[in-house]
Design a protein around this ligand. Structure first.
Ligand code: AMP
Length: 558
């Protein structure tokens, strides 16, 4: 049987714009919680929005944007860690028809300016500066060097320690509060008229993909792309107005703003923000304090939560479901999340920014093996297939090849880069993911890793995932990544980069080899062991294997 599946087609796609969909839900559940931001300072009150209040605040900001003359399709950037205003701007730009550009909060001035120029951004909304990033100064620098950037808006510091909100120094700069005042100049009817001009197939969001190599590319996504993807995820998680979704993953990435905001807010559920940056304790506290029913994370976040010394003291009894996604989800970790965190219905989602993002997902009715080993099956209204990366031919089930996705969720293209778009999306509309996968007889997909992370040792293809899964069963290992390093004899050799459990060890290559002997083929046993405190990560929680390979090669003098 060929490695092709189509998802269910009996669930119709929404034809709404994001703004219209949100208004419909807000009218149904006006007094339900929509957004809760945990207090940044212990003892302070959380900030809370009901659906009706959130809709009012969204409208106010959207009217302020119209007052400044923001036209349909203009680009407005948000450069901030998670905060309530992020969500408000997401929906306000959607109502005003401006394209929201998610700017990675870890970017520095050079990367910021690249993104601002690449899409001709008109307005940039920046976070208050913190110890690590002087957003105000870098925003000003962009204002000075990017002629198309006309307005810089400073988000408030909300009284949090260590944050400094920008203070306007020129006409191009204004605080968020000053921006909101402009709403008085525009009536509600003008906003309704703008919303009526919008089409669900208009681009509404631009996300620069983390791309570990080369310049970032702006995946251009429409209302239709991301609203339907978010809605569909919420349906498969059985979200209702009684759910409370804890979102410690970044908004600048689809995981936060689509799998989080759009999935929850298209179902009347509440979104709960534990804080600006991820800490395992804040995530679990948010579940406990606000009765979270669903918790999100990339695998390393769940690993860190489970490793908290006081893990057992958190009340996680309200949890029911959640999402693990973003990189390979170790089976052991999935099992622990299900049994120890009460997340009996947790799902693995697989996808990429270019597919809005989720293209396959596990379902709560799947077997335990399907829910932990595979990334599930194709989402409704999408198609998946596995092809030979060299010839593009569809492979048989069970064979490893490149996973491709087709359907409503595939992006419009990379902003202003038709050549790069054509490299990624073929003439038949298939998005080539760059991921290696195999499809089983029942249509479930197993991800084997990125094509470029595959190690070729002495002519044998080695898939790091298989070895990582095995090493997770070692009693001393908390987290592990396997990479290839250059080798004169074999071309590449394997290195296991390991984070030990507290108090465990020492562990060296010889003792690890002993553990593997008889259980793994000799060519899969890591030659090198690198015990470390952490892995280099992108803000969206992806481990930078490219950097790890470079560092390891340099350290070994290879
Ligand atoms: P991004 O566009 O930043 O979301 O990155 C997408 C990439 O993340 C995919 O191409 C995969 O390599 C990886 N990824 C996302 N979800 C999963 C998952 N559940 N299992 C394995 N890899 C994943």
């Amino acid at each position: 049987m060929l490695a092709y599946t189509a998802g269910d087609t009996d669930v119709p796609l929404l034809e709404d714009t994001i703004g219209a969909n949100f208004e419909r839900i807000a009218a149904r559940f006006p007094y339900h919680d929509a957004l809760i931001e945990a207090a940044a300072v212990p003892g302070e009150e959380a900030r809370r929005w009901s659906y009706s209040k959130l809709n009012d605040d969204v409208d106010r900001l959207a009217r302020a944007l119209l007052a400044l003359g923001v036209a349909k399709g203009e680009r407005i950037g948000i450069w901030s860690p998670n905060c309530a205003e992020w969500t408000i701007l997401q929906y306000a730009t959607a109502k005003a028809g401006a394209i929201l550009v998610n700017v990675n909060p870890a970017y520095r001035s050079h990367e910021l300016e690249f993104v601002v120029k690449q899409n001709g951004m008109r307005m940039l909304v920046t976070a208050p500066s913190d110890r690590n990033s002087d957003y105000t100064a870098m925003g000003r620098q962009a204002l000075a060097s990017c002629p198309e950037l006309r307005e810089l808006v400073f988000l408030p510091d909300a009284g949090a320690d260590g944050l400094t909100a920008g203070e306007p120094q020129s006409k191009a700069e204004r605080t968020y509060a000053e921006l909101l005042k402009r709403a008085d100049d525009v009536g509600h009817s003008a906003l309704q008229a703008r919303m009526a001009e919008l089409d669900a197939h208009d681009p509404i969001n631009l996300q620069y993909t983390s791309g570990t190599t080369g310049f970032p590319k702006g995946a251009t996504l429409t209302h239709h792309n991301i609203l339907n993807n978010g809605y569909s995820i919420g349906e498969l998680l059985d979200y209702t107005e009684h759910d409370r979704v804890v979102i410690p993953v970044p908004f600048y990435h689809c995981f936060g703003m689509v799998i989080g905001n759009l999935a929850a807010l298209s179902h009347g559920a509440a979104t709960i923000l534990p804080g600006r940056a991820f800490t395992p304790a804040a995530a679990l506290e948010a579940v406990q304090d606000f009765g979270g029913t669903s918790l999100y994370g990339v695998p390393t976040m769940f690993i860190a939560e489970l490793a908290l010394p006081d893990f057992a003291s958190y009340d996680l009894s309200t949890l029911r479901t959640g999402v693990m996604a973003g990189s390979l989800c170790p089976i052991e970790v999935m099992n622990r999340v299900i049994t120890e965190m009460n997340m009996s219905d947790v799902a693995i989602c697989y996808g990429m920014t270019e597919t809005s993002p989720v293209s396959t997902m596990t379902r709560s009715v799947d077997t335990m093996a399907q829910r932990t080993v595979t990334v599930g099956r194709t989402m409704p209204n999408l198609e998946s297939r596995v092809v030979d990366p060299a010839t593009g031919e569809v492979l048989e089930r069970g064979a490893i090849g490149e996973l491709c996705t087709r359907g409503y969720a595939v992006m419009r293209g990379y902003w202003d880069q038709p050549d790069k778009t054509a490299e990624a999306i073929d003439a038949d509309g298939w998005m080539h993911t760059g991921d290696l996968a195999r499809m089983d007889e029942e249509g479930y997909l197993v991800i084997e890793g990125r094509i470029k992370d595959m190690v070729i040792r002495g002519g044998e293809n080695v898939y790091p995932r298989e070895i990582e899964e095995f090493l997770y069963t070692h009693p001393d290992i908390q987290d592990v990544q396997v990479i290839g390093v250059p080798d004169a004899k074999y071309g590449e050799e394997l290195m296991a980069c390991i984070i030990l459990k507290p108090g465990a060890g020492p562990l060296d290559a010889a003792s690890l080899a002993e553990f593997c002997r008889g259980k793994l083929a000799h060519y899969k046993i890591p030659r090198y062991v690198d015990v470390r405190e952490s892995f280099p990560m992108t803000v969206s929680g992806k481990i930078r294997k490219v950097d790890m390979r470079r560092e390891a090669a340099a350290r070994l003098g290879l």
